[in-house]
Write a protein that binds this ligand. Structure first.
Ligand code: DP6
Length: 338
């Protein structure tokens, strides 16, 4: 075993994943497609801790709470099973994304962890197998293994991985409305949707249909069709989520105002389309030449950042290792050593 560091970027789905066919294996009910970003990265260092009894997680310079540590420990069990080893590890992870606020931090987090942990345990995985591994941490994380625009295939465990597909160049404007951790996690909300929404089966079949159209639009370089599907599918997802019992709403009045402002921009000749994940923040796709002008128009709604297609998850050198929590904040690491 060895100490390793990896970096991964979040992805924002243009055809959304919302609902599982298998909770244990994290197999999606339908395929999805996303853009991996070139900002808001997660950097993760995995340090072998052969004498420790439990895994330890330091997140953003502080010891993580037991719930977060259990989740990564369960994920690391899959890595240990693949490697045929039982060693515990110390994980140091640093996000430049607010955790749990609907900016896909679990995607970059588990993609970085899968990449670093696979290397730490000397596993030499093919890209699709690394994507399948990341999927076990968080479904959307499998799409942060490849770069650019990626399709995550529905199917059985062997077939359900993400890979890059050809697509035209585009930019995404991230409008951060709220950085707070969301009240209901995607995982829980997804479960509730499948269990209670009368529209769920229609959602699954129409998502398959949209995905097929989206892949064709990407291959054809048809930005207009990509945008139309993106916005329509996002609103369908939020409609679906609002139809759960009890209802869940992730979009707030500012989110809706951004969708309206983007529709107005379209009327005035800047072609752009909105989407939003399980939170109030909005992501807008736009052609590269229009990105700065539209970002300026949206700057009154929150923090705006223009991002582009980013790289897949990758290993870094030892120089990029995440520093120990007690080096960042002397009080934070107390009690964290085995
Ligand atoms: C709204 O991948 O976070 O961002 O698989 O349960 O960990 P789990 O869920 P997660 O859900 C992401 C939901 C979404 C849509 C998407 O990214 O496709």
């Amino acid at each position: 075993m060895r100490t390793t560091t990896a970096r991964a970027y979040p992805n924002i789905a243009l055809v959304k994943y919302w609902g599982k066919a298998d909770e244990e294996l994290i197999l999606p009910a339908a395929g999805s497609l996303s853009l991996t970003l070139n900002h808001f990265e997660t950097t993760t260092t995995v340090v072998p801790a052969p004498d420790a009894e439990t895994d330890v997680l330091e997140l953003d310079g502080a010891l993580a709470d037991p719930g977060q540590t259990d989740r990564i420990s369960t994920f690391l069990d899959h890595v240990r099973a693949l490697a045929g080893r039982d060693d515990r590890v110390l994980v140091r992870s640093r996000n430049s994304v607010p955790t749990g606020a609907g900016l896909a931090s679990s995607a970059s987090g588990f993609a970085a962890l899968a990449t670093a942990a696979a290397a730490a345990f000397d596993l030499d995985l093919a890209p699709r197998d690394l994507s399948r591994l990341a999927r076990r941490g968080s479904g959307s994380a499998c799409r942060s293994i490849p770069d650019g625009i990626a399709v995550w295939h529905a199917g059985d465990d062997a077939a359900s991985f993400a890979e890059t597909v050809p697509a035209p160049d585009m930019r995404m404007i991230i409008v951060t409305v709220n950085r707070a951790r969301k009240a209901v996690s995607s995982r829980e909300a997804m479960r509730l949707t499948a269990a209670t929404s009368p529209f769920y089966s229609g959602w699954v079949t129409s998502t398959e249909d949209y995905l097929e159209q989206m892949v064709a639009a990407c291959a054809a370089g048809d930005f207009t069709r990509i945008g139309e599907i993106t916005e329509s599918h996002a609103l369908r997802m939020h409609g679906l989520i609002q139809s759960t019992v009890p209802p869940i709403r992730f979009l707030n009045p500012t989110s809706h105002a951004i969708f309206d402002a983007v529709a107005e921009a379209r009327e005035s000749g800047i072609e752009a389309y909105s989407t939003a994940d399980a939170g109030p923040n909005v992501a807008v796709i736009v052609r590269p030449a229009d990105a700065e002008a539209l970002a300026e128009k949206l700057s009154g709604f929150g923090d705006v950042r223009v991002v582009g297609p980013g790289p897949g998850a990758h290993l870094l050198t030892a120089d990029d290792a995440v520093p120990p929590a007690d080096a960042v904040n002397p009080a934070a690491g107390e009690g964290s050593r085995a």
